[in-house]
Ligand binder design. Structure first.
Ligand code: NAP
Length: 335
């Protein structure tokens, strides 16, 4: 019998999640049934959607999330003992999954792609839903052209840092906004952003007049709120906005969400395209993104940073750390 541990959400979050909103349940896993696989977790991903989707499910529920692990037992020929896999399951140290059961777009399990010597942790960071989000959400919605100006918010995070580097590969001028001076320095000095700013200490409107004197063509928005409206005010005719997320509001009181200036005049007069997306739209094409991202990483064109927290008992700390901006690059937990 395998003893497993998992995080269960027992109360819906109010404001920032609290340790007490979770409890860790220890239980014995049942014997494997036909088609099931037993996975031992090695890496756990903490992500903003785990905050944003919190109220979609009645409590108590297992805290969902992506993991990388190793198959320890299998009743499914496609998955052999010892295979490394990526799965969307729970924050757990062991789990049983039936790869045949696909009840929602979040029921995902696949073999870890061949990372050609890169760390398996990339299976929940750059070569994962995160990488696919950056790749398709930027390229398929913004259609960037060489010479265009691209703005990225949440620029030093998991998705944003990859988007900015893809934009550089495509020959764009890239401006990033992030929440600390160290992140700004990393974006400019190591990732090759043309300009980066600390949105907490700068006037977004004023710095864009200097950094983007000819206007903004593409905007990849991770943050939402007032900053997004300000950036959209600087868009050029036929600019494209990819709305990836709105983390500035995820921890807000749902009955009193922050207000932002209206955008309709800019959208109409500049004939903007503003499109939201979910990375799952391109799920069948994720391998395409993974292949290209692995190539770019190995060629040194994309640099990856992981913010690693150690220990199953510290998953909550990693989660709250990510929501409060402690991470540079992808926040993950090593089990
Ligand atoms: P991340 O950027 O690695 O981590 C979250 C970051 O958000 C923090 O590090 C923090 O950085 C920033 N942040 C927190 N509160 C903020 C606020 N009030 N204003 C501005 N920035 C704030 O996370 P990620 O996984 O890459 O996700 C980034 C965005 O993409 C999120 O909005 C997420 O929901 C979205 N997303 C969407 C999809 C999709 O399919 N559409 C898929 C994945 C992720 P600072 O220090 O810079 O504040």
């Amino acid at each position: 019998m395998v003893k497993a541990r998992k995080y269960v959400v027992r109360k819906h979050f109010e404001g920032f999640p609290k340790r007490d909103d979770f409890h860790i349940v220890e239980y014995e896993l049942p014997p494997l049934q036909s088609s099931e696989i037993l996975i031992k977790t090695e890496w756990i991903s903490v992500d903003p959607y785990q905050r944003a989707y919190n109220r979609k499910f009645p409590t108590p529920f297992d805290q969902f999330g992506f993991i990388v692990g190793t198959v320890e037992d299998s009743r499914k020929p496609r998955f052999q003992i010892g295979d490394k896999v990526v799965a969307h399951c729970s924050w757990c140290n062991y789990c049983i999954i039936n790869p045949n059961e696909v009840n929602s777009k979040l029921d995902i399990v696949y073999k870890l792609p061949d990372l050609r010597g890169l760390s398996p942790s990339l299976g929940i960071s750059a070569i994962s839903a995160v990488g696919a989000t950056a790749y398709f959400g930027f390229l398929e919605i913004c259609h960037p052209k060489a010479g265009e100006t691209v703005v990225v918010t949440g620029a030093a995070g998991a998705v944003g840092s990859i988007v900015g580097q893809i934009a550089k590969i495509k020959g764009c001028k890239v401006i990033g906004f992030a929440g600390t001076d160290d992140k700004v320095a990393w974006l400019q000095n190591e990732l090759g952003f043309d300009k980066a700013y600390n949105y907490k200490t700068c006037n977004v409107n004023e710095v864009l007049k200097i950094a983007a004197p000819n206007g903004v063509d593409c905007f990849f928005d991770n943050v939402g709120g007032e900053m997004s409206s300000m950036i959209i005010n600087h868009m050029n005719d036929f600019g494209r906005v990819s709305v990836c997320g709105s983390i500035s509001a995820y921890n807000a009181d749902v009955s009193q969400l922050p207000k932002a200036p209206i955008l309709q005049l800019d959208i109409v007069m500049k004939q903007l395209k503003i499109e939201g997306f979910l990375a799952h739209r391109w799920l069948d094409r994720w391998p395409e993104a993974f292949e290209e991202l692995i190539n770019w990483i190995l060629e040194g064109k994309i640099k990856i940073k992981e913010h690693i927290t150690e220990g199953f008992d510290n998953v909550f700390e990693a989660f709250i750390g990510m929501l409060t901006g402690k991470n540079t690059g992808k926040a993950i937990v090593k089990i």
